[in-house]
Design a protein around this ligand. Sequence first.
Ligand code: ZN
Length: 416
Amino acid sequence: MNISPWPSIYLPQLPIEIAPLVLQTPFGETTYQSAETKMYVCGITPYDATHLGHAATYLTFDLINRYLRLQGSTVKFAENITDIDEPLLERAQRDSVDWKSLALTQVQLFQSDMSALHIIPPQSFVPATSAMDLVESAISRLKVNGFVYELGKDLYFDVSSFLDSLPISVDEAVAVFASRGGDPLREGKKHPLDPVLWIGNRDDEPGWKSEHGFGRPGWHIECCVISLRYLLGADYLDSARSLGDASFLIDIQGGGSDLIFPHHFMSAAQAKALTGREFSASFIHTGMIGLDGEKMSKSKGNLVFVSKLIEDGCDPMVIRFALMSSHYSEDRMWSNELLLNAQNKVDRIRVNLSKTEVAPALPLLREISNALANNLDTEKALQSIEDWCTASENAPSVDEAGLVARGLDSLLGLAL
Ligand code: ZN
């Protein structure tokens, strides 16, 4: 599948000093102040449109991307599309459609949702099906490095030397692995947690020719090679080795908190097995979105889709505002009330932005910027806008609504 990212978005610069971004990560506080930031965010499996959980995740990394760029960092940003995987093939079979056309339709829908939500596209938006040569050569290198074994037609990654850094106990990990696409019970594996690298072709399933046989890649190796290739360059396997031992391969690995294990753990282990180097300097995970007090999930059938909300007349900027009204790292609830509340607040901001005289812009922009610098405190940033609205209604003094509008657009992606 050949896919281009969605259209790029202009980022207005601001006349304020931007403090370095500080985020709380599982390994403590990380301050981002490099001239260049390499960010990889795990993309969608395109069998269903963008639901609010996806939107919240990509919105979070959009806020990070915007902030780092305003701070003066060059952000190299790559995102994959898992356009060949079990759930996609199952959905295509269930609906009697070709898996490729299902993937293409859903990717296009995702792109229009991202555009509507005013999310800056990655420079590299890479379908797994276009990365087969990368997967093939990475598996060859893993074989040379001694991390691969065969089981039937499949190839497995030997994870044993990385188990010391498991984020949970082995028993818990085995249970989670089984619930998220792993096969801990398969007979003949060296360790129950070893993930599949290359899935030898089964009857009438799609596959690709490779020196490892006809088949398709496992999920973790896909993200591992796409992130390294598109963030480090075409000679990534060798250039990664020549970098200083102490430096990490990339700066940010991101995704929903459901990816902590096994996906991010396994991708990082494979990157280290390939290059001898630690994968990412930081891991950022976004909380899950529930609906009206319940977990939102495919199995419950209660997913709320961005395209459906927009189709029903909802303003994408109101969706964006509502998603920013609580902290990115927390599991949180979505409701109609939240949406209505966001609509009222956005309406109020628009009324104030349309006035000739408002409260001063720069103190507001500094407050928003400082709130974001402090672990992306969007709740506080939105409160500052409300306070600015109150001040603009009570004591308007300057002709600076245009600057406020540009600031909200740059810092928060609110194009109002
Ligand atoms: Zn991934």
